[in-house]
Design a protein around this ligand. Structure first.
Ligand SMILES: [Zn+2]
Ligand SMILES: [Zn+2]
Length: 246
């Protein structure tokens, strides 16, 4: 079983001139999930999943807009164009309040589940397990399993949380590396070295760094992350695909 992750956006906090905010298309076991919906990712999603009716669910890690702003357009598509109902959606309680303030209750288009620490769920053939991270507001990392192959996504976090909270045997860790080393600990985010360290401690087989603030030197992040991880790491770029599993 394989899991495929396509990067729809890898910029943190706000979009860069040529980059979307956080978002990924996760495919496995015949199921497609939109994992975080930062600004710019809805446009990129349609390059990789042109049939929006083939999307099986949406996961929104937290209420910072660089992770969910584009779901507003998706709601419009579901409600007024596709007239589709019951698409599984997962997110924290404060985000539900924001969505309700803009579009009203997310149903019936979205079948909303309010996430809590330790929540497990399935969407199609994919198993989900959420873990609350060390970040402002309720923020949830998620482990996604496809019949023995696993992805761990850190969402946003400081060093008070680690990827090991998602359990052992991660085939691919997708971990934020927001900060340059000079700003370590200044706000609840990770540097590339901290991301490498938490992935190594979790025993992840492969590490992709992501959520870079505009202007951060990604090649420097690659070097620092690789040193801490103990093996070469990858640096997420828009359109990149990572496949793991047999
Ligand atoms: Zn963010
Ligand atoms: Zn955040």
């Amino acid at each position: 079983m394989t899991l495929k992750v396509t990067v729809l956006g890898a910029t943190g906090s706000y979009p860069s001139p040529d980059g979307a905010c956080s978002g990924y298309l996760v495919e496995g076991a015949g199921t497609r999930l939109w994992l975080d919906a930062g600004s710019g990712t809805f446009a990129n999603l349609q390059r990789h999943c042109p049939d929006l009716g083939a999307l099986d669910g949406v996961i929104l890690s937290h209420a910072h807009p660089d992770h969910w702003a584009d779901v507003l357009g998706y709601q419009v598509v579901l409600r007024h164009i596709f007239k589709r109902q019951g698409v599984p959606a997962f997110g924290p309680p404060d985000l539900l309040l924001m969505l309700e303030a803009i579009h009203g209750p997310p149903g019936p288009e979205l079948d909303w589940t309010t996430v809590s620490d330790g929540l497990t769920a399935t969407v199609g053939g994919l198993g989900l397990r959420f873990s609350r991270t060390d970040h402002q507001g309720e923020t949830y990392a998620v482990r996604i399993d496809a019949d023995g192959t696993s992805l761990g996504y850190s969402a946003d976090t400081g060093t008070g949380w680690g990827l090991s909270a998602l359990g052992p045997g991660l085939d691919l860790a997708l971990c934020e590396a927001t900060l340059p080393p000079e700003e370590a600990g200044s706000i609840p985010h990770l540097t590339a070295a901290e991301a490498g360290r938490t992935a190594r401690e979790a025993g992840a087989r492969r590490l992709v760094l992501t959520h870079f603030q505009p202007g951060v030197d990604r090649e420097r992040a690659r070097a620092l992350g690789s040193e801490a991880f103990g093996a070469p790491v990858e640096v997420a770029t828009e359109g990149a695909c990572y496949e793991v599993g047999s």
